[in-house]
Design a binder for this molecule. Structure first.
Ligand SMILES: [Zn+2]
Length: 466
């Protein structure tokens, strides 16, 4: 096979299978590919999986790349059809040299601080053209041409050879192209990640209050011990001990609240950058539309009424979510929109009858990739958030809120759910497992180990069917 003569650098293997099929009538499904070539494909695949390449489309970068390529490819380049700035700051891509109306040379290149390399990828196709076809190009107005080979620095090399140039002039030209590409993609690279910014801010606040909080917590725990020893004291003295405890407890919780408010303020500050003006919205069990503004964090949009301030339920919920450890993005992303409504769920009566519980009032509803919170004037709603996201995750995973009987999760339902609410239906079973996995893992693991392990696998492996 002719290809074996090529010395192709790893970047050229990106679409290697496709390349084999296209250029060598190579049927990779049925023909054996030499092992060492397959190894190269794996290496190339690994190289490309490391980070995201940024496609270069701005004129300035492409012109700088063209200049660098033409330092060595002296026949003239018709077009750069693809160019990417790679995470390792190299530039890779494809260019064409239209020799005449019939013949086009297609090449792939890689450009680094050190070296320019390129190789012809359609040499087999070119070999099929007749002398007459090539003659045409003698009439072309292009200045200096390598006929069936490719230009490489000052000379022509065989079509099957790779050109590698690392002269000082070439390096200078390459560096200029890379710098231009970096400069012109800077805004793409530096898109601020709201989640990371807020998490860093939260860590700072935690660090600031850490010492003082643990001192106050120790004082409070000391007072609890004193209560234990004060039961035999006269009532008046006992009241005094209780009073001391209340004061210590208040100091401690006031400082926690102060820290949380500071976190809330930085969340508001960051999310305001994504603020959208209020519009009328009505979803799930809302009886009428409410005028809701919107903010976005990660892939989820949050919608609320009233003042968007640090003590808004929405902000407290987001704060709790960001401080919750190990919430995987593929779980959290199951929820696309979250609405904080002031109304009660109009379907409460239906559920009161269905659940045979006349005092049942729904806190939130989910399942269609959205969540609506009702009667929202309290603190963080993280419990319900994770429960409802459990329903949304089931929908994403199974196409509906009920885990199928034959799914791994369906098979894991053997005993009654440790949470009473989880016994109402298969859907609630799954949602309660989600809630407990994050907020009460010890109990879930002890009381429902099969459910715990299936859910854990789903959290750790996005592609696991569950
Ligand atoms: Zn539910």
């Amino acid at each position: 096979m002719k290809l074996l003569k090529h010395r192709i650098s790893a970047h050229l293997f990106q679409n290697f299978r496709e390349f084999l099929v296209r250029n060598f009538d190579f049927d990779t499904a049925n023909q054996a590919v030499p092992t060492y070539l397959l190894d190269q494909i794996e290496i190339a695949a690994a190289n490309f999986a490391e980070g995201e390449a940024i496609r270069l489309i701005d004129r300035e970068s492409l012109l700088a790349i063209k200049d660098a390529l033409e330092m060595s490819y002296t026949d003239g380049i018709t077009a750069i059809t693809e160019a990417y700035l790679q995470p390792d700051d190299s530039i890779t891509g494809k260019f064409i040299d239209k020799v005449n109306p019939k013949i086009t040379k297609r090449l792939e290149f890689k450009l680094t601080d050190e070296e320019l390399s390129y190789i012809l990828v359609n040499d087999r196709e070119l070999a099929n053209f007749s002398e007459e076809d090539w003659l045409d190009f003698a009439a072309a107005t292009k200045p200096k041409n390598c006929k069936k080979g490719i230009p490489c620095g000052g000379s022509c090399i065989a079509a099957s050879k790779q050109c590698r140039i690392s002269s000082l002039a070439q390096q200078t030209s390459n560096k200029k192209a890379i710098a231009t590409a970096q400069e012109n993609t800077k805004s793409l690279n530096k898109t601020p990640d709201t989640v990371l910014t807020i998490k860093a801010g939260i860590e700072k606040v935690d660090a600031k209050y850490k010492v003082k909080l643990s001192a106050l917590e120790a004082q409070r725990n000391e007072k609890i011990k004193q209560i234990d020893q004060a039961f035999h004291l006269p009532l008046k003295d006992f009241e005094k001990v209780m009073d001391d405890f209340r004061k210590a407890d208040k100091k401690y919780s006031d400082l926690i609240e102060k820290a949380e408010l500071e976190k809330g303020k930085l969340i508001v500050k960051e999310l305001k950058k994504t603020y959208e003006q209020p519009r009328m919205q009505q979803h799930h069990g809302m009886s009428e539309a409410e005028d809701m503004w919107s903010v976005k964090i990660g892939n989820t949009s949050f919608h609320g009424t009233e003042e968007f301030s640090a003590d808004h339920t929405l902000v407290k919920t987001v704060s709790a979510l960001l401080q919750q450890k190990d919430l995987p993005a593929h779980f959290i992303d199951s929820t696309k929109n979250v609405f904080f409504s002031k109304q009660l769920n109009k379907d409460d009566h239906y559920w009161q009858v269905k659940y045979n519980n006349p005092t049942h009032i729904s806190g939130a509803t989910g399942g269609d990739r959205n969540i609506v919170f009702y009667n929202t004037q309290n603190g963080s709603r993280i419990d319900e958030y994770i429960h409802e996201t459990g329903h949304n995750f089931a929908t994403k995973k199974y196409g509906g809120v009920d885990p199928p009987k034959l799914s791994d999760y369906g098979k894991a339902i053997k005993s009654p759910h440790p949470s009473e609410y989880g016994r109402k239906s298969k859907a609630e079973d799954f949602a309660e497992t989600a809630r407990m996995y994050f907020l009460d893992p010890k109990r879930l693991k002890e009381d429902a180990p099969e459910r715990y392990h299936v859910f854990e696998k789903m959290m750790k492996d996005e592609n696991y069917a569950g």
